[in-house]
Design a protein around this ligand. Structure first.
Ligand code: ZN
Length: 165
């Protein structure tokens, strides 16, 4: 049985995320709760650490620093990319993200922050980089992960039977 949150446990939570100004950045309220696999970096490290050892029904309030969240903001992250560098016919909108391959076989995620004519302004910073993440979390459900979930490093839905590509 999985009574407490530990590595290899599939965790379902309700959560609300606010910035320091108290604005709601994201919430599961009015939506499906979030299901993730503990110990696999599915969620930011600061939240994963704060939830370790908790039980169903526990409520957790935690302020996650950028260092333990989406990182500090890199001022060098802003770049301008010609639109034709993107897949043909792709709709490109603010908030979208794309994966680009660097010269050395490494991949970087680019977030679209603006589109001006034939130029797309992208940022390597996650939109929440540099932001302190104030989470309020309630633990809804815990279960042991299935072998294929552990192999994939993520849960297959709350019940473990969701299919994906
Ligand atoms: Zn999978």
């Amino acid at each position: 049985m999985s009574d407490i949150i530990a590595e290899n446990v599939v965790v379902t939570i309700n959560y609300t995320l606010r910035n320091d100004a108290g604005e709601v950045l994201d919430t599961s309220e009015g939506d499906e709760p979030l299901t993730y696999l503990q110990g696999f970096g599915n969620i930011v490290p600061g939240l994963e650490n704060a939830l370790e050892g908790k039980r169903v029904g526990d409520k957790v309030t935690v302020a996650v620093t950028p260092e333990e969240g989406y990182g500090e903001k890199d001022p060098e992250g802003l770049q301008v990319v010609p639109r034709d560098a993107f897949p043909e016919g792709a709709t490109i909108e603010i908030g979208d993200n794309f994966t680009a391959e660097l010269d050395d076989d490494e991949f970087v995620t680019l977030w679209v922050v603006g589109v001006e004519g034939d130029e797309v302004h992208v940022d390597t910073n996650h939109p929440l980089a540099g932001v302190t993440l104030n989470f309020e979390v309630e633990i809804v459900e815990l279960r042991a992960a299935h072998a294929n979930e552990l192999a994939h490093g993520h849960p297959h839905g709350r019940d473990g039977h969701a299919h994906h590509h």
